[in-house]
Design a protein around this ligand. Sequence first.
Ligand code: PHE
Length: 345
Amino acid sequence: MSEEIFAKVKQIKEEIENAQPQGAEAIEQFRIRYLGSKNILKPLFGEIKNIANERKKEFGQLVNEVKQVAEAQLEALQAGQQDAADQNEASHLDLTAPAKQMQLGAKHPLSITMERIINIFERIGFNIEEEREIEDDWHNFTAMNTPEDHPARDMQDTYYLKDSTEMLLRTHTSSVQARVMKREKPPIRIIAPGRVYRNETVSARSHCQFHQVEGLYIDENVSFADMKQTLLYFAQEMYGKDVKIRLRPSFFPFTEPSAEMDVYWGLETEDDYRITKGTGWLEILGCGMVDPNVLENCGIDSKKYSGFAFGMGIERQAMLLYGINDIRLFFENDIRFLEQFKSAR
Ligand code: PHE
C-alpha cells in the first residue's frame, strides 16, 4: 500500500519537472494545481495513516521536496514570463502617440552674419570664392605688395607653421585676391568669406582667430565712385536704408588710395559711447583701389584694368547686430549662448 503512495508522489514530481506551461494563464493553472490551496498533493496527506510508521518521515520529506520543486519551477516560469513581456514591449508601442519634440540646432551667429553679408553681395552679381587658410607667404604678403622688409608686415603678427618661413595661417582674406587674380581673367567680381589668424592676445575685444569677408571687383574703368556706391548699397542693406557712411583716408599696402568705412551708429546710450569711443561712428571695413603693383604681381594688365577691394571683419558686426559684448563667446561653443540664435536670421 505505501509503495503505491510513494510511487504516486514520485509521479507528481516528474510531472512537475516536465511541465512546460506557456503563457500567463497556463502558469497560473500550474500554480493552482501544485501549490494552490486545493493542490494535488493535499489528498495524499490523508493517506499518511496507511503508511507504515517507520516510513512516515520519509514520506513527509518526499512531499516537502516535491513542494520545493514546484515552487522553484513556478519562480523560473514567472521570471521567463517577465522577460518575454519586456521583449514584447515593442509590440505595445503606441504608434499614434505624438512624437517626442526634436531638439533643433541653431545656426552660429557668425554664420548668420556671414550669410547675410554674402547674400547682399550675391544680389549684385558677386560670386563666392573660398580658399585655403594655410597660405604661403607670397599670396598673403608678397603678391599683396608687402615685400619682406615692408614695415606693413609688422601690422599683422603672423602665425608661421612650425619650422617654416614660407607657410603661414593667413592673416587676412586678401590672400584670396591673389589666388583669384592669378587664376581668372577680368571681369572679376568675387567675395571671399573665411577665417583668418593673428597672433594677438585674446581678450573680450580681440581674438587670435576671426572671420572676414573680402571683396574684389576688377574690370575696365572701375572707379572709386563705383566702390563707394557698392559699399553704400551694402551698408544700407545691412544696417537700414537711412544709414550714414563715411570714408576716411587710410593705408593698406595693396590699395591706393585706401580708406576705412564707418557707419553712423549713434550716441544715444552709454553703450553707444563705449563702442564708438564717443564719436558715434563705427569702423566696419577697409577698402581701396587695387594697387597697380598687385594687379601686375598677379598677371593682370594694370594699364587696361582697374578695380577696388574691401575687407570686413565679421565678429565686430555680429557683436553689434546681436548685442554681444565678448568676442570669446563665438569660439567657446557654449550651448547656452548658441541656443539663443534659434530664431535669428
Ligand atoms: N586686408 C585688410 C585687413 O585685414 C582689409 C582690406 C581688404 C583693406 C581689402 C583694403 C582692401 O585689415
